[in-house]
Design a binder for this molecule. Structure first.
Ligand code: ZN
Length: 287
């Protein structure tokens, strides 16, 4: 699954082409992705202008000129293309895609500065989806989400309140999207290592100092991944043509048996399974 940094990389790549653009024509090449496209989806988009492209957790959220919301999730293999070029994440486009046979959605836009822009969506495995919400309508995907880890809503005070009394492991609690939105398995492992907290600890037992280390660590691992974004993925994709997730830049994720990268630690990274997901951590410096 793409994690928050990949989705943010796509958002930043796409925004300059579609913000301010008018949607002239939309063509759907099949009735559904993971879910059916909304009723009259093409007609509903045509004639509207994309005012803003935002992100909420792992959803791309385009706000249209009348306040309606066009939501997209990339699933596992979804990618937006401008012209015939994938937007800032070529690792998602395998060789099979070059034929265009996995392009399920196409739109012709008119951008005020760039002129005509052709936008398409490719998704070989079709775990992605799109939906459309009227202004102010309830959104079952984004309404239940907690605050964004890169926004101002997640601070030590907030997190302390959410962890209080929780008996579950901190690793699992941090993956709860109602606590923090968009934080995935890889970055929870990385943030816990960076803040030297054992992923098995009961969430409610973290003290003030630990929470004050954890909050900026979450922000830093995500920001570092976003900063590494496009170019890292491009190089990685060229190497073996497979999707890649910044693997070489992780401190613990995927590094079972490797020495802990913390200077002077001397520990060895272990892998355990918590709530069905792999956790990588250093049993020496994380306690
Ligand atoms: Zn260590």
């Amino acid at each position: 699954m793409p994690e928050l940094p990949e989705v943010e990389t796509v958002r930043r790549g796409l925004a300059p082409y579609i913000e301010g653009a008018r949607i002239e024509r939309v063509t759907l090449h099949r009735p559904d992705l993971r879910f059916p496209f909304p009723q009259e989806f093409a007609t509903a988009l045509e004639g509207r202008t994309i005012a803003h492209l935002g992100r909420r957790a792992k959803y791309l959220v385009a706000t249209l000129s009348d306040g309606a919301t066009w939501l997209s999730h990339l699933g596992m293999t979804g990618a937006f293309l401008v012209g015939d070029r994938p937007v800032d994440e070529p690792s998602r486009i395998g060789a099979a895609d070059a034929s265009g046979k996995h392009i399920h959605f196409e739109a012709l836009l008119t951008h005020p500065a760039r002129g005509p822009v052709s936008l398409s969506y490719s998704d070989p495995r079709r775990f992605g989806f799109m939906d459309l919400f009227a202004p102010g309508a309830p959104n079952p995907f984004t309404d239940p989400l907690g605050p964004e880890p890169l926004g101002n809503g997640v601070d030590a005070l907030y997190l302390a309140a959410r962890l209080e009394g929780k008996k579950g492991p901190i690793k699992t609690v941090l993956l709860d999207q109602r606590v923090i939105a968009g934080l995935g398995n890889i970055y929870v492992c990385e943030a816990l290592h960076a803040s030297r907290i054992d992923p098995r600890r009961a969430a409610g037992t973290l003290d003030e100092a630990e929470i004050e280390r954890l909050v900026p660590a979450i922000r830093q691992v995500l920001e570092a991944a976003i900063a590494a974004g496009g170019s890292t993925l491009r190089d990685f994709a060229r190497a073996d043509g497979q999707p890649g997730y910044f693997q070489h830049s992780f401190a613990v994720y995927g590094h079972e048996g490797d020495p802990c990268p913390r200077p002077g630690c001397g520990g060895e990274i272990e892998r355990i399974v918590q709530a069905g997901r792999s956790t990588f951590f250093c049993p020496v410096c994380q306690d």
